[in-house]
Design a protein around this ligand. Structure first.
Ligand code: MN
Length: 455
Protein backbone atom coordinates (compact mmCIF):
# COMPACT_ATOMS: atom_id res chain seq x y z
CA UNK A 1 0.00 0.00 0.00
CA UNK A 2 1.26 3.50 -0.82
CA UNK A 3 2.60 5.85 1.85
CA UNK A 4 -0.34 8.28 1.41
CA UNK A 5 -3.01 5.71 2.38
CA UNK A 6 -0.97 5.00 5.50
CA UNK A 7 -0.83 8.71 6.31
CA UNK A 8 2.97 8.98 5.93
CA UNK A 9 3.15 12.03 3.68
CA UNK A 10 5.35 14.30 5.79
CA UNK A 11 8.07 14.28 8.42
CA UNK A 12 5.62 15.00 11.27
CA UNK A 13 3.71 11.82 10.40
CA UNK A 14 6.95 9.83 10.08
CA UNK A 15 8.20 11.00 13.49
CA UNK A 16 4.81 10.22 15.05
CA UNK A 17 4.79 6.74 13.49
CA UNK A 18 8.32 5.97 14.71
CA UNK A 19 7.41 7.23 18.19
CA UNK A 20 4.26 5.10 18.36
CA UNK A 21 6.19 2.02 17.20
CA UNK A 22 8.90 2.71 19.83
CA UNK A 23 11.45 3.21 17.06
CA UNK A 24 12.43 6.77 18.04
CA UNK A 25 14.93 8.20 20.54
CA UNK A 26 14.14 11.66 21.92
CA UNK A 27 16.79 13.94 23.36
CA UNK A 28 15.14 16.32 25.85
CA UNK A 29 18.25 18.18 27.06
CA UNK A 30 19.37 21.36 25.31
CA UNK A 31 21.97 20.41 22.72
CA UNK A 32 24.49 22.60 20.87
CA UNK A 33 23.98 22.11 17.08
CA UNK A 34 27.72 22.68 16.63
CA UNK A 35 29.45 19.28 17.09
CA UNK A 36 27.48 18.08 20.16
CA UNK A 37 24.38 17.11 18.19
CA UNK A 38 26.45 14.89 15.88
CA UNK A 39 28.37 13.52 18.87
CA UNK A 40 25.11 12.29 20.41
CA UNK A 41 23.64 11.16 17.08
CA UNK A 42 26.67 9.00 16.28
CA UNK A 43 25.99 6.93 19.39
CA UNK A 44 22.62 5.95 17.90
CA UNK A 45 23.92 5.37 14.35
CA UNK A 46 22.33 2.26 12.86
CA UNK A 47 19.72 2.06 15.64
CA UNK A 48 16.77 4.33 16.38
CA UNK A 49 16.42 7.68 14.59
CA UNK A 50 16.80 10.62 17.00
CA UNK A 51 14.69 13.72 17.57
CA UNK A 52 16.54 16.58 19.26
CA UNK A 53 13.68 18.42 20.94
CA UNK A 54 15.73 21.29 22.31
CA UNK A 55 18.39 22.74 20.03
CA UNK A 56 20.31 25.60 21.64
CA UNK A 57 19.45 28.96 20.12
CA UNK A 58 16.55 27.67 18.01
CA UNK A 59 12.84 27.10 18.52
CA UNK A 60 12.68 24.13 16.11
CA UNK A 61 13.66 20.47 16.69
CA UNK A 62 16.20 18.55 14.58
CA UNK A 63 15.62 15.00 13.30
CA UNK A 64 18.37 12.60 12.22
CA UNK A 65 18.77 8.91 11.37
CA UNK A 66 15.76 8.22 9.15
CA UNK A 67 17.86 6.08 6.79
CA UNK A 68 20.44 4.47 9.03
CA UNK A 69 18.39 1.43 9.95
CA UNK A 70 16.89 -0.67 7.16
CA UNK A 71 14.50 -2.44 9.51
CA UNK A 72 12.96 0.91 10.44
CA UNK A 73 12.60 1.78 6.76
CA UNK A 74 10.96 -1.59 6.15
CA UNK A 75 8.40 -0.76 8.87
CA UNK A 76 7.71 2.66 7.35
CA UNK A 77 7.20 1.23 3.85
CA UNK A 78 5.41 -1.82 5.33
CA UNK A 79 7.73 -4.05 3.29
CA UNK A 80 10.01 -6.82 4.72
CA UNK A 81 13.53 -5.37 5.06
CA UNK A 82 15.18 -7.66 2.50
CA UNK A 83 12.35 -7.02 0.02
CA UNK A 84 12.99 -3.25 0.03
CA UNK A 85 15.34 -3.11 -3.01
CA UNK A 86 12.96 -5.31 -5.02
CA UNK A 87 9.97 -3.18 -3.96
CA UNK A 88 11.79 0.00 -5.00
CA UNK A 89 12.91 -1.60 -8.29
CA UNK A 90 9.29 -2.53 -9.09
CA UNK A 91 8.14 1.00 -8.24
CA UNK A 92 10.77 2.61 -10.49
CA UNK A 93 9.82 0.21 -13.33
CA UNK A 94 6.14 1.13 -12.88
CA UNK A 95 7.06 4.82 -13.15
CA UNK A 96 9.19 4.18 -16.25
CA UNK A 97 6.25 2.48 -17.97
CA UNK A 98 3.43 4.89 -17.05
CA UNK A 99 4.58 7.84 -14.94
CA UNK A 100 2.19 9.61 -12.57
CA UNK A 101 3.45 13.20 -12.81
CA UNK A 102 3.45 15.58 -9.83
CA UNK A 103 0.74 18.23 -9.66
CA UNK A 104 1.20 21.87 -8.72
CA UNK A 105 -1.21 23.30 -6.13
CA UNK A 106 -1.31 26.97 -5.01
CA UNK A 107 -0.58 26.42 -1.31
CA UNK A 108 0.85 23.78 0.99
CA UNK A 109 2.23 23.46 4.51
CA UNK A 110 5.67 24.41 3.16
CA UNK A 111 4.55 28.00 2.48
CA UNK A 112 2.39 28.58 5.59
CA UNK A 113 5.00 31.12 6.66
CA UNK A 114 6.88 33.31 4.18
CA UNK A 115 9.90 34.69 6.06
CA UNK A 116 9.90 38.48 5.73
CA UNK A 117 13.68 38.56 5.49
CA UNK A 118 16.21 36.00 4.41
CA UNK A 119 18.42 34.84 7.29
CA UNK A 120 19.80 31.31 7.22
CA UNK A 121 21.19 31.70 10.76
CA UNK A 122 17.61 31.45 12.07
CA UNK A 123 17.47 27.80 10.96
CA UNK A 124 18.89 25.06 13.24
CA UNK A 125 21.44 23.86 10.69
CA UNK A 126 24.00 21.73 12.55
CA UNK A 127 27.76 21.48 12.11
CA UNK A 128 28.52 17.77 12.36
CA UNK A 129 32.17 16.71 12.08
CA UNK A 130 34.96 18.46 13.99
CA UNK A 131 36.69 19.87 10.90
CA UNK A 132 33.57 20.66 8.85
CA UNK A 133 33.76 24.16 7.38
CA UNK A 134 30.51 25.26 9.08
CA UNK A 135 26.81 24.41 9.16
CA UNK A 136 25.77 22.16 6.27
CA UNK A 137 22.39 21.55 4.68
CA UNK A 138 22.97 17.91 3.80
CA UNK A 139 19.65 16.15 3.32
CA UNK A 140 17.59 18.65 1.34
CA UNK A 141 16.20 17.83 -2.10
CA UNK A 142 17.15 20.39 -4.76
CA UNK A 143 14.64 21.02 -7.53
CA UNK A 144 15.62 22.84 -10.74
CA UNK A 145 14.30 23.13 -14.30
CA UNK A 146 16.34 22.14 -17.35
CA UNK A 147 17.30 25.50 -18.99
CA UNK A 148 16.44 24.10 -22.44
CA UNK A 149 13.57 21.67 -21.96
CA UNK A 150 12.13 22.77 -18.61
CA UNK A 151 12.19 19.18 -17.30
CA UNK A 152 12.41 19.16 -13.50
CA UNK A 153 15.33 17.53 -11.73
CA UNK A 154 15.45 16.43 -8.11
CA UNK A 155 18.73 15.61 -6.40
CA UNK A 156 20.63 15.95 -3.14
CA UNK A 157 23.89 17.81 -2.63
CA UNK A 158 25.69 19.41 0.29
CA UNK A 159 25.35 23.17 0.94
CA UNK A 160 27.61 25.12 3.28
CA UNK A 161 26.12 28.25 4.86
CA UNK A 162 28.62 31.09 4.29
CA UNK A 163 26.38 34.08 5.01
CA UNK A 164 22.80 34.91 5.96
CA UNK A 165 21.76 34.65 2.31
CA UNK A 166 24.69 32.77 0.80
CA UNK A 167 25.51 29.11 0.22
CA UNK A 168 28.27 27.21 -1.50
CA UNK A 169 27.88 23.64 -2.69
CA UNK A 170 29.51 20.68 -4.37
CA UNK A 171 28.17 19.62 -7.77
CA UNK A 172 29.42 16.14 -8.58
CA UNK A 173 30.60 15.40 -12.09
CA UNK A 174 27.95 13.76 -14.24
CA UNK A 175 25.00 14.99 -12.14
CA UNK A 176 22.01 16.44 -13.98
CA UNK A 177 22.00 19.54 -11.75
CA UNK A 178 25.57 20.30 -12.83
CA UNK A 179 24.58 19.88 -16.46
CA UNK A 180 21.65 22.31 -15.94
CA UNK A 181 23.93 24.81 -14.20
CA UNK A 182 26.63 24.65 -16.88
CA UNK A 183 24.13 25.31 -19.65
CA UNK A 184 22.66 28.28 -17.73
CA UNK A 185 26.14 29.60 -16.92
CA UNK A 186 27.24 29.38 -20.56
CA UNK A 187 24.48 31.92 -21.30
CA UNK A 188 25.58 34.13 -18.41
CA UNK A 189 22.41 33.24 -16.48
CA UNK A 190 21.86 31.97 -12.96
CA UNK A 191 20.09 28.68 -12.30
CA UNK A 192 17.10 29.03 -9.99
CA UNK A 193 16.55 26.27 -7.46
CA UNK A 194 14.43 25.34 -4.48
CA UNK A 195 16.19 23.57 -1.60
CA UNK A 196 13.52 21.45 0.09
CA UNK A 197 14.42 20.44 3.63
CA UNK A 198 12.47 17.82 5.56
CA UNK A 199 10.70 15.97 2.78
CA UNK A 200 8.92 12.64 3.15
CA UNK A 201 10.39 9.26 2.15
CA UNK A 202 8.89 9.28 -1.33
CA UNK A 203 10.62 12.51 -2.41
CA UNK A 204 13.98 11.49 -0.95
CA UNK A 205 13.88 8.12 -2.66
CA UNK A 206 12.92 9.76 -5.99
CA UNK A 207 15.82 12.21 -5.70
CA UNK A 208 18.33 9.41 -5.07
CA UNK A 209 17.32 7.20 -8.02
CA UNK A 210 20.47 6.96 -10.18
CA UNK A 211 20.64 8.62 -13.60
CA UNK A 212 20.79 5.21 -15.33
CA UNK A 213 17.21 4.61 -14.13
CA UNK A 214 15.97 8.23 -14.40
CA UNK A 215 17.66 9.90 -17.41
CA UNK A 216 18.00 13.66 -17.87
CA UNK A 217 14.85 14.02 -19.99
CA UNK A 218 12.62 12.54 -17.24
CA UNK A 219 11.22 14.24 -14.13
CA UNK A 220 12.15 11.75 -11.41
CA UNK A 221 9.78 13.41 -8.92
CA UNK A 222 7.10 11.25 -10.57
CA UNK A 223 8.66 8.28 -8.75
CA UNK A 224 7.46 9.89 -5.50
CA UNK A 225 3.86 9.70 -6.79
CA UNK A 226 4.23 5.94 -7.22
CA UNK A 227 5.60 5.50 -3.69
CA UNK A 228 2.82 7.69 -2.28
CA UNK A 229 0.06 6.05 -4.31
CA UNK A 230 -1.18 9.50 -5.45
CA UNK A 231 0.30 12.42 -7.42
CA UNK A 232 3.03 14.25 -5.49
CA UNK A 233 1.97 17.82 -4.65
CA UNK A 234 4.26 20.72 -5.51
CA UNK A 235 3.83 24.45 -4.83
CA UNK A 236 5.19 27.36 -6.89
CA UNK A 237 8.26 29.15 -5.56
CA UNK A 238 7.58 32.66 -4.20
CA UNK A 239 10.79 34.30 -5.51
CA UNK A 240 11.90 31.76 -8.16
CA UNK A 241 10.19 30.14 -11.16
CA UNK A 242 10.80 26.67 -9.73
CA UNK A 243 8.38 24.46 -7.80
CA UNK A 244 8.89 23.21 -4.26
CA UNK A 245 7.61 20.19 -2.33
CA UNK A 246 4.26 21.12 -0.75
CA UNK A 247 4.84 19.03 2.39
CA UNK A 248 8.48 20.07 2.99
CA UNK A 249 9.40 21.58 6.36
CA UNK A 250 11.44 24.50 5.01
CA UNK A 251 11.97 25.68 1.43
CA UNK A 252 15.04 27.76 0.65
CA UNK A 253 14.68 29.52 -2.71
CA UNK A 254 17.95 30.45 -4.37
CA UNK A 255 19.82 31.18 -7.55
CA UNK A 256 23.12 29.52 -8.39
CA UNK A 257 25.23 32.38 -9.67
CA UNK A 258 27.12 32.21 -12.98
CA UNK A 259 30.93 32.55 -12.89
CA UNK A 260 30.98 32.84 -9.08
CA UNK A 261 32.96 30.40 -6.93
CA UNK A 262 33.45 30.85 -3.19
CA UNK A 263 34.98 28.67 -0.45
CA UNK A 264 33.28 25.37 0.37
CA UNK A 265 34.46 22.58 2.69
CA UNK A 266 35.87 20.74 4.45
CA UNK A 267 32.99 18.31 4.83
CA UNK A 268 32.97 14.81 6.33
CA UNK A 269 31.82 12.82 3.31
CA UNK A 270 30.26 9.44 2.62
CA UNK A 271 33.77 7.98 2.26
CA UNK A 272 34.54 8.61 5.94
CA UNK A 273 37.12 11.21 4.87
CA UNK A 274 36.89 14.97 4.70
CA UNK A 275 36.31 16.48 1.27
CA UNK A 276 38.78 19.35 1.11
CA UNK A 277 38.13 23.08 0.95
CA UNK A 278 38.03 24.79 -2.42
CA UNK A 279 36.25 27.50 -4.38
CA UNK A 280 32.95 26.03 -5.52
CA UNK A 281 29.48 26.84 -6.85
CA UNK A 282 27.77 29.70 -5.03
CA UNK A 283 24.08 30.48 -4.51
CA UNK A 284 22.28 33.59 -3.31
CA UNK A 285 19.16 32.86 -1.27
CA UNK A 286 16.17 34.86 -2.51
CA UNK A 287 13.42 33.59 -0.20
CA UNK A 288 12.61 31.22 2.65
CA UNK A 289 9.19 29.68 3.31
CA UNK A 290 8.32 27.16 5.99
CA UNK A 291 5.73 25.45 8.11
CA UNK A 292 4.61 27.13 11.28
CA UNK A 293 6.42 24.47 13.33
CA UNK A 294 9.04 22.84 11.14
CA UNK A 295 11.33 19.95 12.02
CA UNK A 296 14.82 20.44 10.60
CA UNK A 297 16.03 17.26 8.90
CA UNK A 298 19.71 16.39 8.74
CA UNK A 299 21.74 13.28 7.99
CA UNK A 300 25.08 12.02 9.17
CA UNK A 301 27.58 10.91 6.50
CA UNK A 302 27.94 7.18 7.09
CA UNK A 303 25.40 4.39 7.50
CA UNK A 304 22.57 6.78 6.67
CA UNK A 305 23.89 7.62 3.23
CA UNK A 306 25.13 4.06 2.64
CA UNK A 307 21.59 2.79 3.17
CA UNK A 308 19.77 5.50 1.25
CA UNK A 309 22.13 5.45 -1.74
CA UNK A 310 22.61 1.71 -1.34
CA UNK A 311 18.92 0.80 -1.46
CA UNK A 312 18.20 2.79 -4.61
CA UNK A 313 21.46 1.60 -6.15
CA UNK A 314 20.57 -2.01 -5.37
CA UNK A 315 17.10 -1.48 -6.81
CA UNK A 316 18.35 -0.01 -10.07
CA UNK A 317 21.27 -2.43 -10.48
CA UNK A 318 18.99 -5.40 -9.87
CA UNK A 319 16.30 -4.07 -12.21
CA UNK A 320 18.71 -3.50 -15.11
CA UNK A 321 21.30 -6.25 -14.63
CA UNK A 322 18.78 -9.06 -14.10
CA UNK A 323 17.31 -8.12 -17.49
CA UNK A 324 20.72 -8.54 -19.15
CA UNK A 325 21.87 -11.48 -17.04
CA UNK A 326 18.79 -13.34 -15.75
CA UNK A 327 20.98 -15.52 -13.49
CA UNK A 328 21.33 -12.45 -11.20
CA UNK A 329 18.97 -12.88 -8.23
CA UNK A 330 19.90 -10.10 -5.77
CA UNK A 331 22.33 -7.23 -5.21
CA UNK A 332 23.71 -5.58 -2.08
CA UNK A 333 25.82 -2.43 -1.93
CA UNK A 334 27.97 -3.27 1.09
CA UNK A 335 28.31 -0.74 3.91
CA UNK A 336 32.05 -1.40 3.90
CA UNK A 337 31.99 -0.03 0.35
CA UNK A 338 30.17 3.14 1.54
CA UNK A 339 27.04 2.15 -0.43
CA UNK A 340 28.86 3.25 -3.60
CA UNK A 341 31.97 1.22 -4.23
CA UNK A 342 31.37 -2.50 -3.64
CA UNK A 343 28.43 -4.47 -5.03
CA UNK A 344 27.83 -8.06 -3.93
CA UNK A 345 25.83 -9.83 -6.63
CA UNK A 346 24.08 -13.14 -6.08
CA UNK A 347 23.69 -15.47 -9.08
CA UNK A 348 22.03 -18.80 -9.76
CA UNK A 349 24.70 -20.05 -12.12
CA UNK A 350 23.31 -21.65 -15.27
CA UNK A 351 26.41 -21.55 -17.47
CA UNK A 352 30.16 -21.20 -17.05
CA UNK A 353 31.30 -17.58 -17.36
CA UNK A 354 27.99 -16.06 -16.25
CA UNK A 355 29.66 -14.56 -13.18
CA UNK A 356 31.94 -12.47 -15.41
CA UNK A 357 28.98 -11.22 -17.44
CA UNK A 358 27.26 -10.22 -14.20
CA UNK A 359 30.39 -8.26 -13.22
CA UNK A 360 30.52 -6.37 -16.53
CA UNK A 361 26.79 -5.58 -16.52
CA UNK A 362 26.95 -4.32 -12.92
CA UNK A 363 29.88 -2.00 -13.62
CA UNK A 364 27.96 -0.76 -16.65
CA UNK A 365 24.89 0.42 -14.76
CA UNK A 366 26.55 1.91 -11.65
CA UNK A 367 29.66 3.86 -12.67
CA UNK A 368 30.77 4.72 -9.10
CA UNK A 369 31.61 1.06 -8.39
CA UNK A 370 35.16 0.00 -7.70
CA UNK A 371 34.55 -3.68 -6.79
CA UNK A 372 31.91 -6.18 -7.89
CA UNK A 373 31.92 -9.54 -6.11
CA UNK A 374 29.70 -12.24 -7.56
CA UNK A 375 28.65 -15.08 -5.26
CA UNK A 376 26.55 -18.23 -5.54
CA UNK A 377 23.06 -18.16 -4.05
CA UNK A 378 24.10 -20.05 -0.91
CA UNK A 379 26.19 -17.05 0.21
CA UNK A 380 24.46 -14.35 2.31
CA UNK A 381 25.09 -11.10 0.43
CA UNK A 382 24.26 -9.03 3.53
CA UNK A 383 26.92 -10.80 5.60
CA UNK A 384 30.45 -9.73 4.67
CA UNK A 385 31.90 -12.60 6.72
CA UNK A 386 30.08 -15.00 4.42
CA UNK A 387 31.28 -13.08 1.35
CA UNK A 388 34.85 -13.26 2.67
CA UNK A 389 34.31 -17.01 3.10
CA UNK A 390 33.46 -17.27 -0.61
CA UNK A 391 36.61 -15.27 -1.42
CA UNK A 392 38.69 -17.62 0.69
CA UNK A 393 37.38 -21.03 -0.34
CA UNK A 394 35.49 -20.59 -3.61
CA UNK A 395 37.29 -17.92 -5.59
CA UNK A 396 40.11 -19.15 -7.82
CA UNK A 397 42.22 -16.02 -8.21
CA UNK A 398 43.90 -17.44 -11.33
CA UNK A 399 40.65 -17.24 -13.29
CA UNK A 400 38.16 -15.39 -11.07
CA UNK A 401 39.55 -11.85 -10.97
CA UNK A 402 39.17 -9.29 -13.74
CA UNK A 403 40.68 -5.82 -13.68
CA UNK A 404 39.83 -2.75 -15.72
CA UNK A 405 42.51 -0.07 -15.26
CA UNK A 406 41.98 3.69 -15.72
CA UNK A 407 38.17 3.57 -15.85
CA UNK A 408 35.82 6.40 -14.76
CA UNK A 409 35.19 5.99 -11.05
CA UNK A 410 33.85 8.24 -8.26
CA UNK A 411 35.99 11.34 -7.76
CA UNK A 412 35.19 11.48 -4.02
CA UNK A 413 37.09 8.21 -3.54
CA UNK A 414 40.70 9.24 -2.77
CA UNK A 415 42.10 6.14 -4.51
CA UNK A 416 41.08 7.68 -7.84
CA UNK A 417 43.10 10.33 -9.68
CA UNK A 418 41.18 12.81 -11.79
CA UNK A 419 38.15 10.53 -11.46
CA UNK A 420 40.08 7.57 -12.93
CA UNK A 421 40.73 4.31 -11.13
CA UNK A 422 40.88 0.55 -11.48
CA UNK A 423 37.69 -1.49 -11.33
CA UNK A 424 38.08 -5.05 -10.05
CA UNK A 425 35.60 -7.90 -10.38
CA UNK A 426 35.73 -11.03 -8.23
CA UNK A 427 33.85 -14.03 -9.60
CA UNK A 428 33.72 -16.33 -6.57
CA UNK A 429 31.17 -18.72 -8.05
CA UNK A 430 31.84 -22.46 -8.06
CA UNK A 431 32.37 -24.17 -11.45
CA UNK A 432 29.35 -25.08 -13.61
CA UNK A 433 28.12 -27.80 -13.58
CA UNK A 434 28.27 -27.86 -9.77
CA UNK A 435 30.99 -29.99 -8.19
CA UNK A 436 30.16 -31.62 -4.87
CA UNK A 437 33.39 -30.44 -3.25
CA UNK A 438 31.81 -26.95 -3.21
CA UNK A 439 28.66 -28.04 -1.33
CA UNK A 440 28.57 -26.44 2.12
CA UNK A 441 28.35 -28.63 5.21
CA UNK A 442 24.98 -28.41 6.95
CA UNK A 443 23.35 -29.52 10.16
CA UNK A 444 19.79 -30.46 11.04
CA UNK A 445 17.31 -27.58 11.45
CA UNK A 446 15.69 -27.80 14.89
CA UNK A 447 13.04 -25.89 16.83
CA UNK A 448 14.74 -24.74 20.05
CA UNK A 449 11.37 -24.34 21.76
CA UNK A 450 11.08 -28.14 21.88
CA UNK A 451 14.11 -28.39 24.18
CA UNK A 452 14.65 -27.48 27.81
CA UNK A 453 17.63 -25.16 27.73
CA UNK A 454 19.04 -22.68 30.20
CA UNK A 455 21.34 -20.11 28.70
MN1 MN B 1 17.87 13.61 -12.73
Amino acid sequence: MGLAKRGLTDLQAIVEFLDKERLLARVHSPVDPVHTLAGIATRFEGGKPVLFENVKGHPFPVFIGLYWNRDGLGRLFDVPTRELPFYLARTVAEWQQSPVHPIVVPHGPANEVVEPDVDLSKLPIPTHALEDGGPYIDSAVVIANDPDTGVRNASICRFLVIGKDRLTCQLDEGRHLRDYYERAEARGRSLQITINNGVDLSVHMAAIVPASAAPIDKDELGIASHLLGEPLKLIPGTSVQVDAVATAQVVIEAEMLPKVREPEGPFAEVTGYYAGRGNRWTSRVTGITRRREPIWHTILSGKEVWNAVGLLGEASIYQQVSRMVPAVKAVHLAHGGCGFYHAIVSVRKNAEGIGKNAILATFGVFPSLKFVTVVDEDVDIFNMEDVAWAMAVRLRPETGIITIPEARCHELNPTTHGGLGMKVGFDTTAPFPWESRFTRASVKAVNLAEFEISA
